[in-house]
Each structure stands twice: as C-alpha cells, then as structure tokens.
Design a binder for this molecule. Sequence first.
Ligand SMILES: NC(=O)c1ccc[n+]([C@@H]2O[C@H](COP(=O)([O-])OP(=O)(O)OC[C@H]3O[C@@H](n4cnc5c(N)ncnc54)[C@H](O)[C@@H]3O)[C@@H](O)[C@H]2O)c1
Length: 386
Amino acid sequence: MSEELRIGLIGCGFMGRTHSNAYLQVKHFFPSRYKPVLKVCCARPEEKDKLEAFAATWGYESLEFDWRKLMARPDIDLIDVCVPNVLHHDIVLAAAEAGKMVVCEKPLAMNVAEAKEMVAAVERAGVANMASFNYRRVPAVSLAKQIIDEGRVGRTFHYRATYNQDYTISADVPQGGMSLWRLDGRVAGSGVTGDLLAHSIDTAEWLNGPIRRVVAYTETFIKERKHSDTGRVEPVTIDDACLFLAVFANGSCGTFESTRYARGRKNYNTFEINGENGAVFFDLEDPHILQYFRYVDPATGKKIEDHLTGWQRIHVTNSEHPFMKRYWVPGCTIGYEHTFINAFADFLASIDGGPEFHPTLRDALRTQQVCEAVLSSARSGQWTDV
Ligand SMILES: NC(=O)c1ccc[n+]([C@@H]2O[C@H](COP(=O)([O-])OP(=O)(O)OC[C@H]3O[C@@H](n4cnc5c(N)ncnc54)[C@H](O)[C@@H]3O)[C@@H](O)[C@H]2O)c1
C-alpha cells in the first residue's frame, strides 16, 4: 500500500511543468512506498487563467495565489520551489519552519548569505531537502561519475566545461517577465553565472571535487534593455557571458565558459575531464552518448595504447547503465524530462531509508559559494579563494 506524498508546487512555468511531469511519472518506473499527489499549485493572482490551465493539464486538486497559504495547509508534505531566484529564500525559510520537505530549483539563492540561512533553516527543521541540479542524473553523466569513481580516469589534470546558449543576442529581447526575469539582476541575482554555470559547477565538483580558487571575466554585451514590467529602457545588471579559470583541490585545473551569445548553441552543456588513465567527454546536445578514452586498465595497470586506441562512444541505454534498467530495452533512449524523474526517484528512495540524497541544499550552498567567488573575481580582476 503506497503512502501519499502531498505536493505543493509554487510556479507554473518551465520548471513547474518538468517537476509536475516527474511527480506523475516517477511511480511508473521506480516502485516506491511514496506516491506523489499533486495537491496544490500556486502562482501570482495576475496569472489566474494560466494557473487554471496548468492545474487542469497536470491534475492539481486545488489552486492558491499566495504561497504563504501553502505553509499553513496540513494537507501538504512537500513544498516545491519553481519560481524566480529572488523568491527562493523566503519560501524555503517558511516551508522549513512549517516542517515541510523542500525541493528548490537552482541557483539556490540570490547570494551566499541567503543560501546559508536556507541551509540552516532546513537543517534546523530536520526536513528532507533537494536542490534541483538535475543534470547529475542524465544517465551518461552518472556513468561518467561511475567511471571516475572506478579509477578509470585516474589522477585528473584538466576539467573543461561550457554552457552556451544564443537566445539573448537581439537587443530587442526585453528584460523582466516570464522566463526573461533571468535578464533582470534584481530577480535573478546574476546572469549566466547563476543560471548556467551553477549547473556546470555542481557537476564539476561532483565529478572532480572542490574548487579552491578562481579568476573570472564577465561581459555584458547589451547594456540597456526595455523592462517588461515598467516599459522603460533600463540598465542591464547581469553578466551575459562569464569565463573563469579554476584550481581544484586535487591539483587539476579547469576552464569554464558560459554565454547566451553563442550563435547556434541552444543548450550546449559540455564537460571533458582528462586524466592520467583516461578521459571522458559529455555534451547535453547528444545526451545519450558518453565519450570515454581508455589509456590504462585500472585492474592490471597495463597501458592499452595500440593501433586500436581511440575514443569510445558509449550509447548509455543498456540495463547496466545508471537508471536505464527502469526504462526501455537497450538502444531505446530517454529524454530531458527523465533527469527530473530520476532525481525524484532517488529522493523518494532516500526518504524511505535508502541512500542519502544529494544534492541537498547544503550541496547547493557550495555551488553558490563558487558562483559568488567567480563574480567577485570578475569585479576585482584578482584570483579569489572559494
Ligand atoms: N534545473 C534546471 O535545469 C532549470 C531550468 C530552468 C529554470 N530553472 C530554475 O527554476 C526556477 C524557475 O524558472 P522557470 O524557468 O520555471 O521560470 P518561468 O519564468 O518559466 O516560471 C516562473 C514561474 O514562477 C511564477 N511566479 C513568479 N512570481 C511568483 C510569486 N510571487 N508567487 C508564485 N509564483 C510566482 C510565475 O508565475 C511562473 O509560473 C528558477 O530558479 C530557475 O533558475 C532550473
């Protein structure tokens, strides 16, 4: 007999949809004691029609137009935060105080000070919590982690990450409003650093350990844009592009590049790690493939470089691959939405006594600290400790 996990979801945009879909789908693929129930969804009063359509599409039982009301409802176990970054802090504090479990989208907060308060609140309340760095659970990315943990990459020398898009090149794109709140520093906290590089940093530290020092350069190519809320042309206060060098605690060095001005790139999220024994490369635009270069067999220590040496393109769809035995037969692919399903599957397992869930809000605080060091370095032009 399954137990209900009653969800209160705040925000009915892009992430509201991915999370709602994952709550509905997870039980179809991952047996669990807990069955997510879409109890209530919440958005602003001016989005009444949109929220009604959203609730009907995904099957929410009720609607609210003030997120504070969700906290007082005894019929909600988990608050899911899918709203612009400026709102994360207050919602998470209230949810923790009300004893609700918390799922929070990334970046965790507007800054480290907020993020620390959020971590303290969920830990004080002792509530299960999850930060939504979903790319860890692309099966090919999880396989990269497995390959590294098995010692097949060995001592790492280089980490190289990109996260590039192209949707803000036109000066006509306004700041503010649905989705484009990302271009307004007062709502987003930062530009590509918090929006895109937070993902790259989370993946990098998960795969290659902590980043110790960074030096960064940011650029804002278009200095003024019309604001959707005010109708006025206002200064742009976010970073349009960010490039930084990093030194990891394990002695390897990293390069990170992110921009929304890479013509032709839509969601070009890649990483490559070059180690002593091997290397891995991943590209989200080709998400089922993990490229692996094998130089040394870790079992024998024997060098395997010969006339057949080369990069392997592993089609990550076998039942031996992370998450894949829950889905289809080998060779059949899954999609972007499954990264959220996989995350909720692991979260549900963790609250049922399974392995501890990561990333938690505390893990996301770490990412926030790296982001803040990057932005601080971009301002000072100096190497900055994390
Ligand atoms: N994990 C990922 O890959 C990923 C991808 C995209 C966005 N995000 C993060 O998810 C969050 C939401 O982004 P999005 O793309 O869904 O944005 P969006 O613009 O598509 O949707 C935002 C939603 O928040 C709602 N909202 C705004 N103010 C509100 C308020 N005061 N009360 C209740 N609802 C309110 C809006 O109605 C809208 O439904 C952000 O933190 C973003 O950084 C994460």
